[in-house]
Structure formats: C-alpha cells, structure tokens
Design a protein around this ligand. Structure first.
Ligand code: 0O2
Ligand code: 0O2
Length: 273
C-alpha cells in the first residue's frame, strides 16, 4: 500500500459530489417551476469508500498510481426519476450542459446486465476549482427509475453480504424480480400516457365551453340580443343534460352555430361600411 494522504486524494472528489448534487437539485427545482412536474424525483451522491476503491482497483487491475483515470466512479451521483421516459430527458439535459464534459454513456436499460441491473450511466469529466488551480475529475452519473433503484439497492446489499457466493437460486430470483420491476415501470408509463391523454381531452373540452360562453357574451355587443338569449338557453340545456361522461358533440355544434352567426354578421357589418 502506498503512503498517500487519502484525505487529500479524496478532497476534489468530495467537492465534485457536493457541487454536482447542488446543480442537479437546482435543476429539479427549476424544472418543477417551469413544468407541471419534474423529471427528477431526487438526487443522491457519494464518494466511494477507500476500501471499495482499493477492491475495485484490484478487480480491474488498475495500478495504484492510476486510480484517477482507472476508476471512474470515485465520485458518484445518482438521479432518480418517476418514469423511464424521464431518464432520456435528464440524459439530454446533461449532454447539453456546458459545465461538464460527457466522456461516454452506458445504456444498461436497453442492454441490461446479466444480474438484471438496469440504469443509464454517464461518465463525465468535471472541472473543480481547487486552491492549486483547476482539476479535472471523473464522475459517474447513474440515472434510474424508482423501481430500478429499489431493485438495485436491495440487490447491492445482498451481493455485498454474499459476495461471489450468492446462491444460484437467489441470483435467479433476483433476476426475476428485476423483470418484475421492469414490467412495473412499463405499466406506470402506459398509465401515465393515458392520464396525459385524458388531461388533454379535459383541457380541450373546457376550452370549447369557455369559447362558447365568450362568444355568446360578444353577441350582446353586436346587439344580437335575441340570438344571444337563444344560444344561452341552448347552452344551459346542453350543460344541464351532460352527465359525468361529457358528450361534447352538442357543445361543439353550438360553438359552430355561434361562430357561423358571428361570421355572417361581421360580413354584413363590413358590407354596410
Ligand atoms: P461504495 O460505492 O461501495 O463505497 P448520507 O451520509 O446521509 O449522504 P448515507 O446513509 O451514508 O447518506 O448513504 P450514502 O453515502 O448516500 O450512500 C450509501 C450507499 O448508497 C452507498 O454504498 C452507495 O452504494 C449508494 N449510493 C448512494 N448514492 C450513490 C451514487 O450517487 N452513486 C453510487 N454509485 N452509489 C450511490 P457504499 O457501500 O457506501 O458505496
Ligand atoms: P458500488 O458499490 O455501487 O459503487 P464493472 O462492470 O463492475 O467491472 P464498471 O465498468 O465500473 O465495473 O462498472 P459498471 O458495470 O458500469 O457499473 C458501475 C456501477 O453500476 C457499479 O459500481 C454499481 O453502482 C452499478 N452496478 C453495476 N452493475 C450492478 C448490479 O448488477 N447490481 C447493482 N446493484 N449495481 C450495479 P460498483 O463500484 O460496482 O459498486
């Protein structure tokens, strides 16, 4: 073992993790303000423990003087998302950032690992400002859904406990559990898709209703009082008859009729001028 000062060695990694955590948490807050929901659910980060660094260096045959380039996840950031689609969006935001350099990506979602592990990894180079000047630090960003994270967290603790001796039966069951988590993610995505379609329908329907009411109101300005009253009565009838399952057809016909009258009247009006 070399006599390096580990505290000093890990300092830039600690700074990297702290800075990246703040940046991605800020990204979450900003996206939440801009849109109806944030594609980032929560962010964690950690600096790899010295014992884990040494074990990994041994496993990957990385010489002790090449840890900085040979081990890419000494600084690790993890971004959890609600839906699989969010992972692609977050990855796209990261690709566009000017404060880090993307080195490469590992798509363990399309090509999941034999264990069943699923996540999207991005290896980046991040410049930290130290007292001695700028230093480029490698960091691994893992992006995954809550279900993928649930599986990986439990699998990680079991693998750690059993190491290489994880019984085949356990391995098989964990791999089946990973499949189940993937099915859950797909099901959640399709439910979400249906909710988005329903929300859009609701929005469209309420737009029709408010347009009809606005136009009827405008008829009074054209002194088309009788027509306005007739349309208002028709509106009231349609509205009263609509059940929970709104049938918008009659409302759309009413909108068409009000628009037709409006157009005809405007034409007449401009001919008289
Ligand atoms: P390894 O990699 O084997 O050394 P806190 O101190 O409150 O922030 P706490 O409870 O110490 O939180 O947990 P921490 O340090 O956030 O993470 C504990 C475990 O979660 C780590 O195990 C990691 O496996 C994992 N983890 C959390 N965030 C990340 C991340 O961004 N990247 C990676 N790769 N792992 C993460 P070990 O055994 O300490 O980790
Ligand atoms: P820790 O304790 O989480 O930090 P390798 O594939 O192991 O030779 P490489 O090229 O660094 O080494 O790794 P890879 O496969 O891209 O994986 C890097 C990290 O992804 C791992 O770090 C884990 O955090 C996570 N990971 C990869 N495969 C699995 C898996 O099967 N189960 C779980 N739970 N996590 C996985 P570390 O350093 O191995 O572990």
């Amino acid at each position: 073992m070399d006599g390096r000062d580990w505290g000093l060695f890990l300092l830039p990694y600690e700074q990297t993790v702290e800075e990246l955590k703040v940046k991605f948490k800020t990204m979450r807050a900003e996206l939440k303000k801009r849109e109806e929901y944030a594609p980032i659910e929560f962010v964690t980060g950690r600096v790899k423990r010295i014992s884990s660094i040494l074990e990994k260096a041994k496993r990957l045959n990385v010489p002790m003087d090449q840890l900085e380039t040979g081990i890419e996840d000494i600084a690790g950031i993890r971004i959890m998302c609600q839906f699989v689609e969010d992972i692609r969006r977050v990855a796209e935001y990261i690709r566009k950032r000017k404060d880090l350099k993307l080195l490469y990506e590992k798509d363990y979602i399309t090509n999941y690992k034999e264990s069943g592990y699923r996540s999207f990894h991005m290896i980046v180079e991040y410049p930290v400002q130290t007292a001695l000047g700028q230093k480029q630090v490698l960091a691994e960003i893992q992006i995954r859904t809550l279900a993928m994270n649930f599986w990986a967290t439990i699998e990680h603790s079991l693998s750690y406990k059993y190491r290489e001796s994880l019984p085949d039966e356990m391995r098989r069951r964990l791999s089946k559990a990973a499949e189940a988590a993937a099915v859950l993610d797909n099901e959640m995505s399709s439910i979400r898709e249906e909710i988005l379609v329903a929300q859009k329908q609701f929005e469209d329907d309420s737009n029709v209703t408010s347009r009809v009411l606005t136009l009827i109101h405008q008829l009074y300005f054209y002194h088309l009082v009788n027509e306005a009253m007739e349309f208002q009565e028709r509106f009231n009838r349609i509205w009263a008859n609509q059940g929970a399952e709104r049938d918008m057809e009659e409302m759309k016909e009413l909108l068409e009729d009000v628009l037709k009258l409006m157009k005809a009247y405007r034409k007449e009006d401009s001919n008289e001028d």
